[in-house]
Design a protein around this ligand. Structure first.
Ligand SMILES: Nc1ncnc2c1ncn2[C@@H]1O[C@H](COP(=O)(O)OP(=O)(O)O)[C@@H](O)[C@H]1O
Ligand SMILES: [Mg+2]
Length: 247
């Protein structure tokens, strides 16, 4: 469903000069699979996901999402994905219900299907209590649930989620994790980034560890254990990054 082929993105800035944020990264994700992109701050997770979402153009390499190439068919790629970014802005003066209806309309969802789908997602994410409250009056977790519902609303085959549970409490993160699990069970292809080890261990079928723009390794937990001789993902992660283990 997703093939990433030697994708690279180079940025130029006055302080660092030319800098490869993503450096020849390749991996695949199947339908019905959750692929977790794990890496420290600045590793290149967001840049990788933005390349897949066609918000950035690769410097070289490419990615093919459900048969559509990010370089040659970006508009078609956008039709295949739901993208959640860390800096997702919601309309402060609208309620979650209004936001979802608005986006559903933009995506050409027929009214009956839209109402049904909104209700389904609100139940899944526990949003009914605040569905009619203006977004600027909502907590971080409520806003994030709204953003997730927006990402999943039009039922795209591919979900690209950049740190969907970052900054959330355990109950809210758990609700979002179960929505991801639900999407996986319905056959969606999901790629998401995190630096929460427990969550990656629990959610991901396969994990890719990225550091300094390079994909260090990809594999199932079992494969990562065998490759590193460590058991917990935290230990595996520190090992792959060449950092000292916990005492
Ligand atoms: N628009 C940009 N201009 C210059 N450098 C950038 C830009 N976006 C990201 N970077 C750099 O690319 C690297 C990877 O960033 P990012 O993908 O945001 O990492 P992560 O999401 O893993 O924390 C960092 O060194 C970051 O400073
Ligand atoms: Mg990031």
């Amino acid at each position: 469903m997703i093939q990433v082929l030697e994708i690279s993105k180079t940025f130029h800035d006055s302080k660092r000069g030319t800098h490869a944020a993503v450096d020849r990264v390749s991996f695949e994700v199947q339908a019905g699979e959750v692929f977790g992109l794990l890496g420290p701050n600045g590793a290149g997770k967001t840049t990788t996901l933005r390349l897949l979402a066609t918000l950035l153009k690769p410097t070289s390499g490419t990615a093919v999402l459900n048969g559509c190439d990010v370089n040659t068919a970006p508009a078609q790629v956008r039709g295949q994905i739901g993208f959640l970014s860390g800096d997702m802005r919601l309309y402060a003066r609208l309620t979650p219900l209004e936001i979802l209806n608005f986006f559903g309309e933009l995506n050409g969802m027929e009214p009956q299907w839209r109402a049904k789908r909104i209700n389904q997602l609100m139940t899944l994410l526990g949003m009914h209590d605040f569905a009619g409250v203006r977004t600027d009056k909502l907590s971080t977790g409520m806003k994030q649930k709204t953003a997730i519902a927006r990402t999943m609303l039009h039922d795209p085959p591919i979900l690209i989620l950049d740190e969907p549970s970052s900054g959330l409490d355990v109950p809210t993160a758990r609700t979002i994790e179960s929505a991801i699990m639900d999407a996986k069970k319905s056959g969606k292809c999901i790629i998401y980034s995190t630096h929460v080890m427990e969550e990656a261990e629990y959610l991901c079928d396969r994990i890719g560890v990225i550091d300094n723009g390079r994909l260090k390794t990809t594999g199932t937990m079992q494969q990562l254990r065998e490759a590193t001789g460590k058991h917990r993902l935290r230990e595996i992660f520190l090992d792959l990054l060449g950092l000292p283990q916990d005492k």
